[in-house]
Design a protein around this ligand. Structure first.
Ligand SMILES: [Zn+2]
Length: 488
């Protein structure tokens, strides 16, 4: 039997076709199966319907995260004080020290932390796949979590064959044939997780010959990957060559491309992306911390969206990223005038612009506009209910519910999360997940498993020398050491 849920008497954040958001007070939202089927006042409640009382609460589209590395849960807290160069040696290569089982718990923990914060859809750039089983376990965990997710299958950024205290060995097989075959098999047999989990491609290997890159993009587009995502940032660590120009010259840019960061680019490079319909995922916290420059998602001429990047170095909240983005965009705009002794007439962006990046912008970037990102009849039921009467939200929720959600709410205020018509967070608590085989695990049990896995991963990490990975990376990426300076 098709399940029905009614969200009763809430304030609905309703996007019109031009992306303007209005607040519909005392409004019900009916969910039938995985779709929003009615929005209105005093909707008749069909028998057997689950009723969620939303008086004093705000009903928002679920938040969309277009760049995240879900496997990194066991690395949480290790990287908050690191630049990109430091993290690329100490954090990024650590899937070497993950067993497939560690991947499962890391991925599940990452997905559940995202749901807890109101994220309903993630583009997961999984640059961690040492064995086919690593990917299989990530997919199984993604399916079990209940999250909507594009699993962007990716070979390991710095693939190692050995790593100890004394030596490190880079694999000569950057894109192993088994991984390309597995990706093709997954792309042709998707979706998974009742249709929520689909397959993408993560690709960061632009040093490879032109024919190989074109061949890979064509092969997996043909196999049906939903999105191709690549890290792009121009600086002294990532290099100053133009990946955007390369993609353009190879004829590979298109609306199914999501470039994470896209910082340090020239206006011409951004124009190429924009005219091709290619998308950008700004991850403001990680970009500011890691030394990647000003985030660009709120700049004009950018098809923008938002990502967390990694919950290993910041909280997994798209709203938090939206706030940070707004702040940084304003600081960037203001500084241009302040440095000349002038003063801004008005701020460069509005709260609603950031809110839209977290919702409709994300849907657009992931090719799901018209299906997701708005509370609209016929859309997939990915919804978040935010408490409007908590100490933080009282007052502001009545004044402007969009500003309340965007600017004042925290994870604590995210009361209910529905993904694909299924309640995944209820009364402020995550609902138990069901593993393949039917075992049900509440969050406390997942946390136990994670604690054990984290300890084991940390024990293995203690047996490798991070300095060796840094040296290897410096050579591999041709980083000029004289350009790495102390901040004055
Ligand atoms: Zn990333």
């Amino acid at each position: 039997m098709t399940s029905t849920i009614i969200l009763k008497g809430g304030t609905v954040l309703y996007h019109d076709d031009a992306d303007n958001v209005t607040a519909l007070k005392d409004t019900d939202v009916l969910v039938t199966g995985n779709l929003i089927t009615e929005i209105g006042k005093n909707i008749n409640v069909p028998p057997g319907t689950t009723v969620i009382d939303c008086h004093g609460k705000i009903i928002s589209p679920g938040f969309i995260d277009t760049h995240h590395h879900m496997w990194q849960t066991q690395l949480k807290g290790r990287h908050m004080d690191e630049t990109l160069l430091e993290y690329m040696a100490s954090g990024n290569p650590q899937s070497f020290n993950y067993t497939p089982e560690d991947m499962f718990w890391g991925q599940l923990g990452g997905c559940l932390e995202a749901i807890d914060a109101g994220t309903t859809f993630v583009l997961d750039h999984s640059h961690s796949i040492y064995t086919a089983e690593h990917a299989t376990q990530c997919l199984a965990a993604s399916s079990a979590s209940g999250l909507r997710l594009i699993y962007a299958y990716s070979a390991v950024s710095i693939p190692l064959t050995s790593w100890t205290k004394d030596s490190i060995m880079l694999s000569s097989d950057i894109l192993p044939a088994w991984s390309l075959d597995q990706l093709e098999a997954l792309a042709t047999s998707q979706p998974f997780g009742n249709g929520r989990v689909t397959i993408g491609l993560g690709f960061d290997f632009f040093f490879l010959p032109r024919e190989i890159i074109i061949g890979i993009f064509n092969r997996f587009r043909k196999a049906g990957v939903k999105v191709i995502t690549c890290h792009v940032s121009k600086n002294a660590v990532c290099g100053t060559g133009s990946i955007v120009t390369l993609l353009h010259e190879y004829g590979l840019l298109g609306p199914d491309i999501v470039l994470s960061h896209a910082t340090g680019l020239t206006p011409d490079e951004h124009a190429l992306l924009y005219s091709a319909g290619a998308n950008v995922s700004s991850t403001p916290t990680s970009e500011a911390q890691m030394g990647l420059g000003w985030p660009v998602a709120l700049h004009s001429g950018v098809h923008g969206s938002l990502g967390v990047d990694s919950h290993a170095f910041c909280e997994s909240s798209i709203l938090s990223e939206a706030r940070t983005l707004l702040l940084l965009a304003r600081q960037e705009g203001n500084l241009k005038l302040l440095e000349r002794g002038e003063f801004p007439q008005r701020l460069v962006a509005r709260a609603r612009d950031a809110f839209n990046l977290a919702t409709v912008g994300g849907a657009r970037a992931l090719g799901m506009e018209g299906k997701i990102g708005r509370v609209r009849v016929g859309y997939l039921a990915d919804l978040v209910v935010v408490d409007g009467r908590s100490p933080a939200m009282s007052g502001v929720a009545e004044w402007d519910p969009v500003v309340a959600v965007l600017g004042h709410s925290s994870v604590r205020d995210v009361e209910t999360v529905i993904v694909d018509g299924v309640v995944r967070k209820k009364d402020g608590k995550l609902v138990a997940v069901e593993l393949e085989g039917g075992e049900r695990l509440g969050w406390e049990a997942v946390a136990e498993k994670l604690a054990t896995s984290r300890e084991e991963v940390q024990e293995r990490i203690a047996t490798v020398e991070v300095g060796l990975a840094k040296k290897l990376l410096m050579g591999m990426w041709h980083i000029d050491e004289s350009k790495i300076k102390a901040v004055a």
